[in-house]
Structure formats: structure tokens, C-alpha cells
Design a protein around this ligand. Structure first.
Ligand code: FEO
Length: 164
């Protein structure tokens, strides 16, 4: 059975993952409003991944006979000044999530919770990927600068992203 402190922290992580999805859906809505449907698709796929992340923590608490508690979600930001601004926000958000995973690892060590380790290890690997994928798009957008044709090409490219 899971202990109370770990259960509380994992319930909070469910909220962080759902808020990630909520943020990326909001970014997708912003991209749709700008006519950048490819970037919107990329963010919609990302939002779906975040829901799956939340469910990994949800199922872990369930499997260890804990009590899942869904917390209130914060309203996400609605407007960004440019695609670069939006992807920079996504990158910074992923860094924030990495810090939360690291804090969970520290707590698991303190509480001698060995059962949660494989799950958290999966997230350590996942966060490397999440930070890399968002920072890669930030770099491409920085290179594109104010080139309209570059933006159209990148939008087309990002629109090819499929759900895993
Ligand atoms: Fe679930 Fe993108 O972190």
C-alpha cells in the first residue's frame, strides 16, 4: 500500500500532467486562431500524451490500493505573441515538469518507496524527450525569424505528428 505523503504528491502530479495537457490544448487553440493548423495538431497530440501521463500516475495509485483525488485545474494562458513565444512557454513548462519529477524521486528516496521507482524512472527518460522536442522547435523558430515561407514549411512539417 502507498503511504500518505507519496499518495498526496502523486495526486498533485496527476494535476500537473492534466494542466500540461490543458496548456497545450490552449496553445493548439491559439495556433488554430492564427491559421497554423500543423502546429495546432502537434500541440493536440502533445495534449493527448499528457493525459496518458496523468493516467500512469492514476493507475499507479489505484494498483497500490491508494485513493485517487482529482484537484482543481488552473485556467491556462490564452494568448501568445508569436509561435516562438508559444513554443518557448511549452519548453519552460517541460522544465518545470522535470523539476516536479525530480522532487518526486527525492521524496520516494526519503520515504523508502521502492515500488514507485520504475514509474519515476520512466518519467525521467520521458522528460529528456519532452524537453528535447520542444527546445528543437524553439531553435527552428529562432532560425526562421520573420520568414513567412519558413513558418509555412515548419507548420506543414509539425502537422505530420501522429499519436503514439
Ligand atoms: Fe507529461 Fe510533457 O510532461
Amino acid at each position: 500500500m502507498i503511504n500518505a505523503r507519496m499518495q498526496e504528491a502523486l495526486n498533485e502530479q496527476i494535476k500537473h500532467e492534466l494542466e500540461s495537457g490543458y496548456l497545450y490544448l490552449s496553445v493548439a487553440a491559439y495556433f488554430h486562431s492564427e491559421g497554423l493548423d500543423g502546429m495546432a495538431r502537434w500541440m493536440r497530440v502533445q495534449a493527448h500524451e499528457e493525459f496518458n501521463h496523468a493516467m500512469k500516475f492514476f493507475d499507479h495509485i489505484k494498483e497500490r490500493a491508494g485513493r485517487i483525488e482529482l484537484l482543481a485545474l488552473t485556467k491556462p494562458k490564452k494568448e501568445w505573441s508569436s509561435p516562438l513565444d508559444a513554443f518557448q512557454d511549452a519548453y519552460h513548462h517541460e522544465q518545470f515538469i522535470t523539476s516536479k519529477i525530480n522532487a518526486l524521486i527525492e521524496l520516494a528516496a526519503k520515504e523508502a518507496d521502492f515500488a514507485v521507482r520504475p514509474l519515476l524512472h520512466w518519467f525521467v527518460e520521458e522528460q529528456i524527450e519532452e524537453e528535447a522536442s520542444t527546445s528543437q522547435v524553439v531553435q527552428m523558430l529562432e532560425r526562421i525569424g520573420s520568414s513567412g515561407s519558413g513558418l509555412v514549411m515548419l507548420d506543414r512539417e509539425l502537422g505530420k505528428r501522429e499519436r503514439e
